[in-house]
Design a protein around this ligand. Sequence first.
Ligand SMILES: Nc1ncnc2c1ncn2[C@@H]1O[C@H](COP(=O)(O)OP(=O)(O)OP(=O)(O)O)[C@@H](O)[C@H]1O
Ligand code: SF4
Ligand SMILES: [Mg+2]
Length: 381
Amino acid sequence: MSDDKDETKTGKPDASGSVLTKDTTADGDVLLKVTGLQKHFPIRKGLLQRQTGAVRAVDGIDFEVRKGETLGVVGESGCGKSTMGRLITRLLEPSGGTVEFQGKDITHLGTGDLRPMRRDVQMIFQDPYSSLNPRHTIGTIVGAPFKLQGVDPEGGVKKEVQRLLSVVGLNPEHYNRYPHEFSGGQRQRIGIARALALNPKLVVADEPVSALDVSIQAQVVNLLDDLQDELGLTYVIIAHDLSVVRHVSDRIAVMYLGKIVELAERDQLYRSPMHPYSKALLSAVPIPDPKRRGVKSERILLKGDVPSPIAPPSGCRFHTRCWKATEICKTTEPPLVELRAGQQVACHHPENFEDQQPQDTKLLSSAHEAAEENTTSAVEK
Ligand SMILES: Nc1ncnc2c1ncn2[C@@H]1O[C@H](COP(=O)(O)OP(=O)(O)OP(=O)(O)O)[C@@H](O)[C@H]1O
Ligand code: SF4
Ligand SMILES: [Mg+2]
């Protein structure tokens, strides 16, 4: 899926004339670049609404999205995936760090200056029920982006909307129907048609299939995949389940408590994850290969809930749940570094790789507990 099907490298205006800047970066194939990105939601209390703390939803992350690729983003509930998605689409303003789109810094652009970028970056939401206005027809919903951006498609809005409906596998004759007349999967197709209306470059899909029946999840994922090939789209697909992004992602970022803990080529991550948290997430994914079905599964059950992002643990944020945690994990935050080509990891004692802190061998009590927990659960099975 990461074929180079890009026509915008030279920074020439596209058909809609919406290119923001020339792509002057040496990295011509980087569409989006995020550096030190943060979103802290203030917590205010009392009559004076004084700020007493902050929810550190996204707490310093760096990554790039390359043209034509699909970057999968996974992690447990509350780890900051949706906040990250809303930051890179600039539905939210970052509290720290920078977001560059096509080489242009868009971190703090105001509504007016964001307008051209709004065409190029679209979002698909999780819930196809609440994200479509029940009082509007499908035609109005899918045609809304043209009105908002003042774009007059060739042949008129109605014709273009009908074309979009057929692109996503819906009957163009259903133009005048209302959202309640469609199933969940069809509604998500409507959301996709709306996102594609302005011919975007980047589509950020926040859990696009989690609200759907398992039986139709694959259809919608396959549709996204086909559309990417046909339209040369770049995707960021957010999911809490590694099995959803497995087939469509070129690279995967694993998030934990506002941080990226591992960012790797898809196959490398599945074959040999290096962060203990990635390993635990992967152990929960069913093995699709029938030859390996009989292989003893080593499911790693993580103990406890994700700690609060208001007061994240010191050092490595995963140390309260990690079975390998030692003293240094509690005191020193491991940086995200490329330990293997195409695989960045933030861990002092990575899996499937040489230990980064071999001198530090004294396990923390939390690690003892986590290890015990896993032994017990293995026995239970
Ligand atoms: N507007 C807001 N104000 C305050 N806190 C917020 C706000 N939006 C999100 N949060 C908090 O930020 C953290 C990250 O939330 P976010 O929705 O980004 O997580 P997520 O990974 O998308 O979770 P899920 O898998 O449940 O969708 C959570 O603790 C959440 O409660
Ligand atoms: S070994 Fe240490 S650094 Fe690595 S994930 Fe566990 S707690 Fe974090
Ligand atoms: Mg979310």
